[in-house]
Design a binder for this molecule. Structure first.
Ligand code: SF4
Ligand code: MG
Length: 324
């Protein structure tokens, strides 16, 4: 399948301490990120907090302008398009946020919130009324909820409203930035299940951002793992979960609980050394080297490129000594 979204060498450098930005310094929150998203698929984008995954997500929908690279959506570079040209694409490219309450206007009714993207694209009042009734039921709420305000809902219900709003214009791609992280664990699976069903029914593609590989395991078709602003491993879900090539992915996976308690008792946990380093002061060479049990001399000096490994499939990893 041809790509719906193509991301090439995407970068975001924030100004660092005074003057460093102008001298070519600054803080590289995202550095040389490339991937694509195919129609109707889910790409899980995973990494610890501060790895640049949210910044990447915001650049995909142009809530943030990248400082390097480009994003092509349906074959058009959206990083350099003017707002007027961007408008028709906006309805095909939507976002779901981590904190549903913070992203819903507390003074608007659900009707007003969900209909906003439809009004913005000029849909008629009659069609909006019909659409919104349909959408609210599609996400598992009822028409009588339309007259209520966000604070009258639970976190899970509020996220359903955020999902209804994101899907109102029938987008082809939705970037979901940790859409279940703020919810009770008991509710998380329901929301992920809802997103999966909506994908099947509407054919929408997702970039699903999470800090935890467990959350995206079921919903993802492919997974990308980020560390300190870069993708360190990307590939088919079954390959990455079944046989991780990068030591960081391996460590993250060893923290995912196993459903079988017997397997859980005997499995080995990989504890990462130290804290995640700051993007303001990244380690030399492979930026993961201070925390990697496999690090050799070359790792301290040479940054590994993201490339196809012998681990199988089309999977890519950025490591001098990937798992075979
Ligand atoms: Fe570890 Fe070296 Fe691979 Fe980096 S390049 S992940 S330090 S083995
Ligand atoms: Mg974030």
């Amino acid at each position: 399948k041809t790509a719906l979204l193509t991301v090439k060498d995407l970068g975001m450098t924030f100004p660092g301490p005074r003057g460093t930005f102008r001298r070519g310094g600054g803080i590289k929150a995202v550095d040389g990120v490339s991937f694509d998203v195919r129609p109707g698929e889910t790409l899980g984008l995973v990494g610890e907090s501060g790895c640049g995954k949210s910044t990447t997500g915001r650049m995909l929908v142009r809530l943030l302008d990248p400082t390097a690279g480009r994003v092509d959506f349906r074959g058009k570079d959206i990083t350099r398009t003017g707002q007027r040209e961007l408008r028709p694409l906006r309805s095909k490219l939507q976002m779901i946020f981590q904190d549903p309450f913070a992203s819903l206007n507390p003074r608007q009714t659900v009707q007003q919130i969900v209909s906003a993207p439809l009004r913005a694209q000029g849909t008629s009042a009659d069609a909006i009324r019909r659409e919104v009734r349909e959408l609210i039921q599609l996400v598992g709420l009822a028409p009588e909820h339309l007259e209520r305000y966000p604070h009258q809902f639970s976190g899970g219900q509020a996220q359903r409203i955020g999902i209804a709003r994101a899907l109102a214009t029938r987008p082809e791609l939705v970037v979901a930035d940790e859409p279940v992280s703020a919810l009770d664990v008991s509710i998380q699976a329901q929301i992920v299940g809802l997103m999966e069903r909506l994908q099947r029914e509407l054919g929408v593609a997702y970039v699903f951002i999470a800090h935890d590989l467990a959350v995206v395991k079921h919903i993802s078709h492919r997974v990308a793992v980020m560390y300190l602003g870069r993708i360190v491993e990307i590939g088919d879900k079954h390959e990455v979960y079944g046989n991780p090539a990068h030591p960081y992915t391996k460590a993250l996976l060893s923290a995912v609980p196993l459903p079988d308690p017997a397997a859980e008792r005997v499995r080995e946990r990989i504890v990462l050394l130290g804290d995640p380093p700051s993007p303001a002061n990244p380690p030399s060479g492979c930026t993961f080297h201070p925390r990697c049990a496999k690090a050799q001399d070359v790792c301290r000096t040479e940054p590994p490129l993201l490339q196809i490994t012998t681990a199988g499939g089309g999977r890519q990893a950025a490591c001098h000594f990937p798992e075979a």
